[in-house]
Design a protein around this ligand. Sequence first.
Ligand code: GLY
Length: 475
Amino acid sequence: MFSAKTYVSRRERLACLMPDSLLLFLGNDIAPFNYPSNDYRFRQDSTFLYLFGLDTPGLAAIIDTANGTSTLFADDVSMEDIVWTGPMPSAEERAALVGIDRAMPFKALAEVVNRALSAGRKVHYVPPYRGETVIRFAELLGIKPAQVVPSASESLIRALVSLRIVKEQCEIDDLDKQMVFANNIHTAAMRLAHEGVSENDIMSRVQYESMMGGGAVSFPPICTIHGETLHNHGYIHDLQNGKLLLVDAGCESPNHYATDNTRTTPVGGRFTTRQKEIYDIVLAANEAVIANSAPGVFYKDMHLLANRVMIEGLKAIGLMTGDTDAALNAGAVGLFMPHGIGHNLGLDVHDMENYGEDIVGYDDETGPRVNQLGLGSLRMAKRLVAGNVVTDEPGIYFIPELIDRWRAAGHCAEFINFQRLESYKDFGGIRIEDEILITEKGCRLVGEKRIPVTTAEVEAEALKGRTQERDILTQ
Ligand code: GLY
């Protein structure tokens, strides 16, 4: 948790943006896994964490900006709670930890909301994403569950996005520090990338290194020799020489700030010439984004820049052809990179996307999202400002079914050498993902030390594992 001052200041800044308003926040509750008392690891709601810092279930809060009060709704623990889950500070004491001077029992929440509604006040809230929270809002507000998400407050969402999208120094410090553990995750995976090891073995190491960072994984990791499947959570394959292992994984800091990085390692520790050619195109795209991201630049333009670098690279090896601008405008590179260049990162790995992707990443200046494979999946298109933290994650994938479909339809046939592509259908995919912080003049990578990224660095790390990591795993 940060200091009480941090949370007080966030609530004060929010109050300035939402004058004369009643703002209702529900924390997350424990979620049962397969029977009521066997639950998933608790994860507090990120909006609640941002404003109130308290990381336990059973909490709600109201900020009334008409009279400048914040109230925590929480129950003191009973003797039964103490027996099963341990002692806990009183509700007042927990409120005081984050600079709130009023605490009320949880059951008082319904009455307070009811009084506000009866007085004709609008109750502002952000859209819930869990079924039980939807039901709780429906009960509190006296509306149908189906009306809860559509009735969320756009003005509150916009106010929170404007605050959370610019990271404070304490958040940047947290994100920087956590990159040590992100580095450990990815270097361990590189060292394990040898025949005789399975995707599941590597996953267990990803989980271990994440927990060593004081939290857990920040999203279900992607750890696969089929990197061409973008969200592959199977972990069912054994590694084979000649394949590429793609690991997209991150961990949460104890304060729940997320890391999110991807590295691609040749199984056995040596890239083939063909793999190296594609890898270097992806790396060039990644580095073009780092070299050009700065305040005032639209991140959508960084997506297009990365795509341009990729088109030039793919033309150089005979997989694309024709005029680069025309190929870019036609969206031809979507065949190879059917996703966006990046997203915001913070308390959530896709920061604030529970508020709605477009309200976070698009505005009047960007115009609406483009309906094109690749660019259409771009989550952050906005003009960058100092304090933004975004991912930079270009990739090139060879998806046999997509190649077949485009070829059969003649889609972008003037830009793509489909015949040559046939021999790439078992290639897999390569993604390289770093996190960048926008600074006053440009940008820098999050963390002190970059995860090995050039082909030589990745090979060197993987080859270390031939003697060390595999022995540990097979002992
Ligand atoms: N890195 C995982 C994702 O962006 O969905």
